[in-house]
Design a protein around this ligand. Structure first.
Ligand code: PHE
Length: 489
């Protein structure tokens, strides 16, 4: 067992039960150091603590005023001498001194009054007076008083303000059997616990030995400031993609329908565009779209008849006013679309990702929130293919700590092939849906990029995976800011 030098000193000083101040005197350590070492020894089962209540007794206000002349009964005895008339005696002192003093003299049967004359029967000090004399010299603890003195104390306490009593807790330290054994078996520790500038300068450390840290010691948990668990996971996602050679891109939360939907070949009458899924903005209701002029014709033609993408489009008329509407982005794929439009042929291959909030008008329940995080990415590279996409997602989830991933066929207006990855959540024995992925359709790539090239793309929800990894059954708890929960996670 690793013991601190103070613990060894205390243990060696503690041959039997003793008060901390005695151990302090014996060991040469300050009393609070003794107590600190003793509580460590207690956690190690080497020392026991016991507490006893006792009282510190000193003179009270009234008692203090008797300190010089003595108790009232003593004053009267002195004045009475061999015998005195009651009236004379009365006249010699203040009325309250007479009343109190005479009362006590009678109670203690020290006087007798006959024919108006006071006669002292015994003038010796009674026990209460002896205790009073002791208290005049200073405070006394009841632990130090014998039975007789305790009875005397009871008498003094029955008088008003003669004594003042304060309750005190006395700690007694006692070595356990094991403690006594360890004390015998342990040598005093002269190893150093601190490397000082002097030791370094003189090289004195060379022939000293140092105490090692005891990493097994229990310390009570601390709750320092830290990042929110969701933020930590986001940072982890960021470092995984960065580690895989991706660069982070960002985009606005307020988007135009153009970048959020039209560029992604979502038909203008797609149900996801309607109010129940998308938060449209009242103000501003529409915007001049950045890059609109450059892409407007291509996007319009792609929607109407496929343009030169080889597709036949959605048919009907494409309405620029619908594209100009403002909304809170419903997916980070809008960020991807904006980036795709900036890539030049000489930039290839391109690997980018983005992490951010997206917004959908969903009914809130244990697995849906109206705003949540997505992590989105694309690889734009003439040499990549569908298995590469699956490989990237697998690696990502592997690094996130999910070993089992499966891919289900999916559908998105902007990808072909499309898959929806799920991860296996062992604790719940359940597959969790994560989002979508696929290879962007030519209807997306050609108008934005300007040429054909495979683009692997994915957009995955983060909150659910994070909530489940943290053992939360309800996604809403992620945003509750419950301090106790935050401390532990
Ligand atoms: N945008 C899709 C979603 O929000 C995910 C996705 C991104 C699918 C990229 C395919 C490609 O669910």
């Amino acid at each position: 067992m690793e013991l601190h030098p103070h613990e060894i000193l205390v243990l060696k000083a503690l041959k039997s039960a003793a008060a901390p101040q005695d151990v302090a005197a014996q060991s040469g350590l300050p009393q609070d150091t003794v107590l600190r070492a003793a509580s460590w020894l207690k956690t190690k089962g080497l020392v026991e603590f016991s507490e006893a209540l006792s009282e510190d007794v000193s003179l009270g206000d009234e008692g203090g005023s008797y300190a010089v002349k003595g108790l009232p009964e003593r004053q009267l005895i002195e004045l009475a001498g061999r015998g005195v008339k009651l009236d004379e005696l009365k006249a010699k002192v203040a009325p309250e001194v007479f009343n109190i003093g005479f009362g006590w003299l009678r109670r203690k049967k020290q006087v007798e009054v006959k024919d108006g004359v006071v006669k002292v029967l015994s003038s010796g000090k009674t026990d209460d007076e002896i205790l009073f004399e002791i208290l005049k010299k200073g405070t006394v603890n009841t632990g130090k008083l014998d039975k007789k003195m305790l009875a005397a104390l009871a008498l003094l306490r029955s008088r008003k303000n003669v004594v003042a009593v304060k309750e005190v807790k006395a700690i007694t330290l006692k070595p356990t059997k094991e403690g006594l054994k360890v004390a015998l078996d342990t040598k005093e520790d002269d190893r150093l616990s601190q490397l000082t500038p002097e030791l370094l300068a003189t090289g004195g450390w060379r022939d000293k030995s140092f105490r090692p840290y005891d990493t097994g010691v229990y310390v009570s948990p601390d709750a320092p400031a830290k990042k929110h668990p969701l933020r930590r996971q986001i940072n982890k996602v960021r470092s995984i993609f960065t580690g895989m050679g991706f660069t982070e891109i960002k985009g606005p939360l307020v988007e135009s329908a153009f970048w959020n939907f039209d560029c992604l070949f979502q038909p203008q009458d797609h149900p996801a565009r309607e109010m129940h899924d998308t938060f449209y903005l009242k103000c501003p209701q529409s915007v001049d779209i950045e890059g609109f002029g450059r892409f407007r014709e291509c996007v319009k033609r792609t929607h109407e008849d496929g343009g030169d993408t080889g597709s036949c489009g959605w048919g009907g008329k494409w309405n620029p006013e619908t594209a100009k509407k403002t909304l809170l982005r419903t997916h980070t794929t809008a960020v991807t679309a904006r980036h795709l439009a900036k890539i030049r042929r000489e930039d290839l291959p391109v690997k980018v990702f983005s992490i951010g909030k997206v917004f959908r008008n969903e009914a809130v329940d244990y697995k849906h929130l109206p705003e949540f995080y997505q992590v989105e990415g694309i690889v734009v590279d003439p040499s990549v293919n569908f298995p590469n996409l699956l490989g990237i997602l697998k690696q990502f989830y592997d690094e996130m700590g999910f070993q089992k991933v499966r891919f289900r066929p999916g559908y998105f207006p902007y990808t072909e092939m499309s898959v929806e990855p799920d991860v296996w959540f062992e604790e719940k024995k359940e597959w969790i849906e994560l989002g979508g992925s696929g290879i962007f359709r030519p209807e997306v790539v050609k108008p934005l990029l300007g040429f054909d090239c495979p683009v692997l793309a994915w957009g995955l929800g983060l909150d659910r995976v994070v909530a489940l990894s943290l053992g939360l059954k309800d996604i809403r708890e992620l945003y509750m800011s419950d301090v106790e929960w935050l401390k532990d996670n």
